[in-house]
Ligand binder design. Structure first.
Ligand code: PLP
Length: 394
């Protein structure tokens, strides 16, 4: 059997691999604290579950919907986007997808030819690089020289070639929690317009911001920038609906049209029952969304100083959004006698049953990612164990 060139270059998801290891240990009855996964630890809000059950009982979910999604859901997405960003899209500019992950996958498939380049501000979420490779494209990591995890136009321009087709802006950013402000986005947006580069704006953590930080957006800066931007959003993170697999893409009609054709052949419609649940999520009461957000904020404020104080951990910028910390741990790795962050993380899981993700798959091998999408007592216990692990070996 022979596999395609695109697929043989692809690495499995490091976050999924680690959380499977943690799950396997848990299944053996071990007291594992899993700080590896980007999945809110809350139940999906009750009104959303009830709406899904009601849709099942009413006999509305057994069939396909249009591959691009239910018109009522598209409208709910349009209304929500208008309320957040003040921008109105038409239904022909919206695609409902099987998670934001598939929206991104479809975007790279339709935008890239073999060898086309995508600029990826790094560190970056693990799947961007692999999805670009799956589309035959070339991921180009762009590091922020200021070390603040925000790339500038000058850094993007230095990486631009005649093959650059797209740039990904993820704000708030996974794994750092960094937010690009309006001024940053205006400069990047104008640069993209000038060079005819498509901006993939992954706003999935847009509603998860803390301590009065606010997300800015590209789509409401100017008509020209909006015409060059594909907005990616979804329900997984702010509605605690990872398992329902609902994401959205909003953008220029001609781009959404080809992505819809691709989705029609690749996945068909996202699960019909999930689409009914999504309508309730977007149009029903939003109190639980705020409750979850404020709980994440409390966790961040509690654990940020604790992680900063861990021996050999460097964490200067306090995250403003998402639910991760991304400390540099080079000194901790050295102090404990390991050669790599991967070896440090492996042994931490083996000895102290704490799962965190090494930074290499986010593009920064001297960092690691701690997710605070777990209950606060567990996170605090996890950090205590990391402390004991380091001091026990140093
Ligand atoms: N984008 C980012 C930055 C993410 O962190 C994730 C999930 O971890 C996704 C997109 C995909 O989310 P989903 O497919 O669950 O909607």
């Amino acid at each position: 059997m022979h596999f395609s060139k695109n697929v043989t270059q692809v690495q499995p998801s490091a976050t999924l691999a680690l959380s499977s290891k943690a799950k396997a240990k848990k299944a053996l009855g071990l007291d594992v604290i899993d700080l590896s996964i980007g999945q809110p630890d809350f139940e999906t809000p009750e009104n959303i579950e009830s709406a899904a059950i009601a849709a099942i009982k009413a006999g509305r979910v057994s069939g396909y919907t249009s591959a691009s999604g239910l018109p009522e859901l598209k409208q709910a997405v349009i209304d929500k986007i208008k309320s957040i960003y003040g921008v109105t899209y038409q239904q022909s500019q919206v695609l409902i997808t099987t998670g934001a992950k598939f929206a991104l996958y479809a975007a790279f498939q339709v935008l890239l030819n073999a060898g086309d380049e995508v600029l990826i501000p790094t560190p970056a979420w693990v799947s961007y690089v692999e999805q670009v490779k799956l589309a035959g494209g070339k991921p180009v990591a762009v590091n922020s020289l200021a070390g603040n995890f925000k790339v500038t136009v000058d850094e993007l321009e230095a990486a631009r070639t005649s093959k650059t087709k797209a740039v990904i802006i993820n704000s708030p950013q996974n794994p750092t929690g960094t937010i690009y402000d309006q001024e940053d986005l205006t400069q990047i947006g104008n640069w993209a317009v000038k060079n005819d580069i498509t901006i993939i704006s992954d706003d999935i953590y847009n509603q998860l911001t803390y301590n009065h930080a606010e997300s800015s957006a590209l789509i409401n800066i100017s008509e020209a920038i909006r015409e060059h931007t594909l907005l990616i959003h979804g329900l997984s993170k702010s509605y605690s609906m990872t398992g329902w697999r609902i994401g959205f893409a909003l953008g220029p009609q001609r781009l959404i049209k080809v992505m819809s054709i691709l989705a029609g052949h690749a996945t068909g419609n996202p699960a019909t029952v999930s689409q009914y649940a999504a309508i309730e999520a977007l149009t029903g009461p939003q109190t639980s969304v705020e409750q979850m957000r404020s709980e994440f904020e409390e966790r961040l404020n509690t654990i940020y100083p604790m992680v900063q104080a861990l021996p050999g951990f460097e964490l200067t910028e306090k995250p403003q959004g998402a639910f991760y910390l991304f400390p540099e741990v080079k000194n901790a790795v050295q102090m404990t006698g390991f050669d790599t962050t991967e070896a440090f993380c492996d042994e931490l899981l083996e000895q102290k049953f704490v799962a965190v993700v090494p930074g290499r798959s986010f593009g920064m091998p001297d960092h690691l990612r701690i997710s605070y999408a777990a209950n606060l007592d567990d996170i605090v216990e996890g950090i205590d164990r990391i402390n004991a692990f380091i001091t026990g070996r140093a």
